[in-house]
Write a protein that binds this ligand. Structure first.
Ligand code: SF4
Ligand code: SF4
Length: 202
């Protein structure tokens, strides 16, 4: 779709990463863009683009979830973890679980919790996941409300799951301060224990 130059996305960007330049149109400063996706959500023309798209491709995340769930014998859960909260710490982690972690779950890093669409959150269940976890920052720690948008989606989906008689505990939402990898691991372990009690979805 073509940009209508309404400039709505520029006003909506919480990080002042977008600006309008005569002859170029809307330009995004990749150094300022946090990939929160607000511009994409508000653009009435479906034309807003960002350069930093790591961890936002729904198909890629779905494919990775599907590949894990179909190839690991003990696969049970997909954990969507916000890049800004977790990834650098997980990469640098020297905790034993980072090296020998239980392959009952796979952590998929997404650029921002606010980018997790309903379809993506439910996709692992189509590939026999026992559960899905969404991990984002605490309420007052996200600079663009991505954590609140993620919580709203998870709450909606949990209501839907109840209606179709799937235990909503299988979709878990956790908020953990950036850097607290011990708590992150503890939340995952608790979730996997709970899934082991619930068993697969029948
Ligand atoms: S990208 Fe979308 S919201 Fe931004 S100026 Fe163009 S049409 Fe408007
Ligand atoms: S993704 Fe977020 S930070 Fe980046 S340009 Fe869009 S609104 Fe701004």
């Amino acid at each position: 779709m073509n940009c209508a130059r309404c400039l709505i996305c520029i006003d909506a960007c919480p990080h002042e990463a977008r600006s309008y330049h005569e002859g170029e149109g809307v330009v995004v400063d990749p150094a300022k863009c946090k990939g929160c996706g607000i511009c994409i959500e508000v653009c009435p023309a479906g034309a807003a683009k960002i350069q930093n798209s790591f961890g936002t491709d729904r198909k890629e995340l779905m494919d990775r979830a599907s590949a894990f769930l179909s190839t690991q014998a003990s696969a049970k859960a997909i954990v969507f973890a916000c890049n800004w909260s977790y990834y650098p710490d997980l990469q640098a982690s020297t905790l034993p679980e980072a090296e020998t972690r239980d392959k009952s779950y796979e952590i998929l890093v997404n650029l921002c919790g606010g980018r997790l669409e309903r379809q993506l959150l439910m996709a692992p269940f189509l590939h026999n996941a026992w559960g899905v976890m969404v991990a984002v920052c605490p309420d007052d720690k996200c600079e663009h409300g991505g954590n609140l948008r993620a919580r709203e989606r998870v709450e909606d989906l949990r209501h839907t799951m109840e209606k179709i008689r799937i235990n909503p505990e299988r979709l878990q939402f956790v908020q953990i301060a950036a850097g607290d990898k011990t708590k992150f691991q503890a939340e995952i372990d608790t979730f996997v224990d709970r899934l082991n009690t619930l068993g697969p979805i029948r």
